[in-house]
Design a protein around this ligand. Structure first.
Ligand SMILES: *Cc1c(COP(=O)(O)O)cnc(C)c1O
Length: 439
């Protein structure tokens, strides 16, 4: 069994996180329940920042809030002194409500609407990561109209697509994001932006993928971008002050995953950028990164109550829990794998393999296939590990199932930071139908 962060098995044989017994948490807050290990999140934030400090590189570590965006999480990120990525008006609104300093907010997205761009300008976000020509022209027009300057990065696709276990090098990357670095699009965007008085181009951004386990892709991307920057240094006298290499650092979900320590990705990136800038005679830019999953993924655990079972003799045993694809869409969406234990019987030997089913009316609503477990009975508590990223943020109300609450645990105490959705909440936007004949 692999335990994450502050998780231990206590003397009652229960899973304990942040010094709090998860069985007590399940009793107090009900299930399903998302539990976050605050100390683990703080440690990650500090490790990323410290790596840059130790290597003497100016940096911004921006938490990619799409992984898990709530007011409390954003406040925690602010407390740790990170920057923040948002990808929509809703995420920006969450950050503003959390009183996150807007100059440390970076605004992403491949189809930002006019009202989202206006919102970003109203709040004077620190940087808008411009993705495409439509946005570039629209932003320039808005800024001109408002007589307001804005700092931007241009998102480029360097033609490197990194996957979990490998990377693909393509001449022209087939991606919906960013200006192509190879075919002249990036130059065209840059020349437009540097000639525009209202747009202040800080540099370039790329994000090559997610759940990446090795550093080759990041290094290749950095090299390609720096080579371009060296060209532009000569041809346009353009000096980039920022190089944003995105996020995507992989984490361990199951024993099949072998990520590097989060800060190792950064160390190798920095070494590469230093070596390349030296070689090309460029000044060392600030390096920005955008970890999402690696900040919160393994800090989150979901607690469920075990309910019904179905034994299909000689084939498999299904064990149903009181949640599923509504609180964790990843297995249904991309066949994501998880590990889990019985939180109230954490010391017991596994006796059988069971498959964990959700409660939605959908055969695809399966959380884990073939999980070794002790023989479970109704009301045992199943703890699924590593649900902290893209879990709550992708939660939905399929079958009109209310979304679970979120609890932060730290130093022996727990704090509710998102309430359980009620049936009333589910209906808050519903209006009655009034037949035309009666109007
Ligand atoms: C999603 C995303 C991230 C974070 O990715 P993780 O895999 O969660 O680290 C960072 N930057 C951009 C632009 C993204 O779209």
């Amino acid at each position: 069994m692999h335990l994450y962060g502050t998780a231990v098995i206590n003397r009652l044989g229960h899973l304990e996180i942040g010094g709090v017994d998860t069985v007590t948490l399940a009793e107090k807050y009900g299930t399903p329940l998302y539990v976050y290990d605050v100390a683990l999140i703080r440690n990650r934030a500090r490790a990323f920042k410290k790596t840059f400090e130790n290597m003497g590189v100016k940096a911004q570590v921006a938490y990619a809030s799409k992984a898990f965006s709530t007011v409390a999480m954003i406040q925690l990120v602010e407390e740790e002194g990170l920057s923040l990525d948002v990808v929509s008006g809703g995420e920006l609104f969450t950050a503003i409500r959390a009183e996150f300093p807007s100059e440390r907010i970076h605004f992403h997205g491949n189809n930002k609407s006019e009202s989202e761009l206006k919102m970003a300008l109203d709040y004077r976000v620190g940087c808008i990561v411009v993705d495409n020509f439509h946005e570039l022209y629209l932003l320039a027009q808005l800024c001109e109209h408002r007589q307001q300057q804005v700092k931007i990065l241009l998102r480029v696709t360097p033609g490197i697509e990194a996957h979990t276990h490998d990377y693909i090098l393509t001449g022209q990357e087939d991606s919906k994001f960013g200006f192509d670095l190879q075919n002249g699009q990036a130059e065209e965007a840059l020349t437009y932006a540097i000639e525009n008085h209202y747009l202040d181009v800080l540099g370039l951004h790329c994000h090559i993928g997610s759940q990446i386990f090795e550093t080759t892709g990041f290094k290749l991307a950095a090299r390609k971008i720096l080579e371009k920057l060296a060209e532009w240094n000569t041809s346009f006298r353009f000096k980039a002050t920022v190089l944003n290499l995105g996020g995507g650092f992989g984490i361990r979900y199951t024993e099949e995953d072998s990520p590097l320590a989060p800060e190792s990705y950064v160390t190798e990136m920095i070494d590469e950028v230093k070596a390349e800038t030296d070689k090309l005679g460029l000044d060392l830019p600030e390096i920005w990164i955008e970890p999402g999953r690696s900040m919160v993924g393994d800090a989150g655990t979901t607690l469920y109550s075990v309910g019904s079972q179905k034994d299909v003799p000689n084939i498999r045993k299904y064990l149903a829990v009181d949640g599923g694809m509504t609180d964790n869409l990843r297995p249904a969406l991309y066949d994501a794998k998880y590990e889990a234990i019985l939180a109230n019987r954490a010391n017991e030997e596994s006796k059988e393999k069971v498959s964990i089913a959700g409660k939605c009316c959908e055969s695809g609503d399966m959380l884990i296939w073939d999980l070794p477990l002790p023989e479970a009975s109704p009301n045992d508590i199943l703890a699924v590990f590593c649900t902290g990223a893209y879990g709550y943020s992708m939660a939905n109300n399929y079958n009109r199932i209310p979304r679970p609450p979120v609890v932060f645990v730290e130093n022996g105490s727990s704090q509710l930071v998102v309430k359980r959705e009620s049936y009333e909440d589910l209906l808050r936007l519903d209006l009655s139908y009034v037949a035309k004949s009666r109007m």
